[in-house]
Ligand binder design. Sequence first.
Ligand code: ATP
Ligand code: LTN
Length: 334
Amino acid sequence: MENGEKKKIILSCIQPTGTPTLGNYLGALRNWKALEEDFYSYFAVADLHAITVRQEPKNLREQILRTYALLMAIGLDPEKSTLFIQSHVPAHSQLAWLLSCNTQFGELSRMTQFKDKSKTHPDNINAGLFTYPVLMAADILLYQADCVPVGDDQRQHLEIARDIAVRFNGAYGNVFKIPEAYIGKNGARVMSLANPEKKMSKSDANKNAFISILDEPNVIMKKFKRAVTDSEAKVRYAEGKDGINNLMGIYSCITGKSYEEIEDEFDGKGYGDFKVAVGESVIAELEPVQKRFNELMNDRAYLKDCYELGAQKANHFSARTLNKAMKKMGFLLN
Ligand code: ATP
Ligand code: LTN
């Protein structure tokens, strides 16, 4: 950031649908921490989004708190950033309704996440799953975010948020800033360890497919050792070697080494050695996060203070945008 330049705004959210994975960490969370210093930052636990898939209430409540604690464990600072829980800020649901009346059925029907989740949950294709991107647009637009750091899978949702904002501004006058996606060069798409053609997802039924940020070191190592690779037995980045490419991506992301350097490092060695090195790098990266997470979960009063402060700040900022949008649309406000 240049001297005298006004700080820009970033916002991003994560769903409390399970313990975040290495994919969430490398694709999103790690970038949030890296950006926090240079921006006015808003980070939230998207609990309203989580109920588009059926959740067991007791489990959801715990999962929301754990996800919040994890955001703090990766180093996000509740004093510096606004660190909050989406449902503590009613403006998100309110703006989502206004925006949904300015979003077309056709454009929501094209969303690949909706199509995928309809397939994985055929017994519960609810209206919320369909309008999910509108709520996400509300999250972003309420805070006038310039930039939204996400993994590659969210590209389409960012596009629709931009389209909705442009359309709304065109119809009613300038209310929303048009946000840009921030997708890191590295780690934006970490793949499943069991099926490297699929993205790593925390809601995968196969626990060996993902590394959870809170997995014990021996579990992490076991999962890497089992990771699906190919029969060439040569560590190199190439088409058709999805499993090895994925492991190289992870290793590169954590160590900062280029693919070429990794190929040199493992020249003449087998996949076994490489997998152990990847496992060790991930274990070392996650160890301090896990330690801090455990400390935080033992201090729930402190966590409560933090999310209450977050809600207070988020309610304050979001109310301004919501009011402006409602006034422009013709609602009778005080
Ligand atoms: P679910 O499996 O419940 O749909 P998810 O694992 O996709 O969830 P989200 O909470 O929806 O996780 O995503 C949080 C952030 O992590 C988003 O920015 C998303 O783009 C990013 N992300 C998710 N999966 C990956 C992945 N495999 N690689 C890189 N980034 C990812
Ligand atoms: N849909 C996102 C989570 C999310 C989000 C947001 C991300 C909800 N609201 C606002 C960025 C900005 C996902 O990662 N699946």
